[in-house]
Design a protein around this ligand. Sequence first.
Ligand code: COA
Length: 161
Amino acid sequence: MTGPVTLRPATPGDLDLLTTLNLHLREDQGYAGGADEEPWVRERLRGWLTGVGVVGGPVSLAVFERDGEPLAFASWRLDDTGVYGRQLFVSRAHRREGLGRRAIDLLRQAFPGQALSLDVLLTNEPARAFYRALGFTESSVIMSLPALGGEPAQVPVAASH
Ligand SMILES: CC(C)(COP(=O)(O)OP(=O)(O)OC[C@H]1O[C@@H](n2cnc3c(N)ncnc32)[C@H](O)[C@@H]1OP(=O)(O)O)[C@@H](O)C(=O)NCCC(=O)NCCS
């Protein structure tokens, strides 16, 4: 017998749990893990959980539990388009049990009247299939260039009058 899936806000006490799950998420998405990855992930999460030193506005985190066991997490921020999902992760041992679908349902119910959108890597075909199965449609492609090295060039500014 399994109980209902519930959502609770993540707290700083979840830092170890969320760091581990985040590293799994990054691995599943194909990011190469380096020696400095764990501290980087941990510090970014610490910022999100405490609200200190966050770039680009507050990020919220929730943990999804079943029978008291944390099995998934999501992070998001609110912007002028509604809820913008940053991350969704279901523990590897519990995939295809409906947890991801339930997590999205709970998130939407928490923000009635708000659209939900998120970015998915083009290469993450399982996640794209998951979102499509839930009724999401694909609407844009993010184009990016790597950062330039060196010193910043002078930024042209309009002459003052
Ligand atoms: C994507 C992810 C969140 C899905 O969670 P999940 O709990 O396994 O998904 P659900 O059990 O709720 O699946 C709902 C439906 O989505 C579709 N789906 C889910 N996973 C799928 C997969 N790997 N391939 C194809 N379709 C899939 C199916 O239609 C499924 O229904 P079914 O099991 O009855 O066939 C989970 O696989 C995950 O955490 N992946 C790694 C992290 C990741 O890529 N996150 C998304 C980054 S944006």
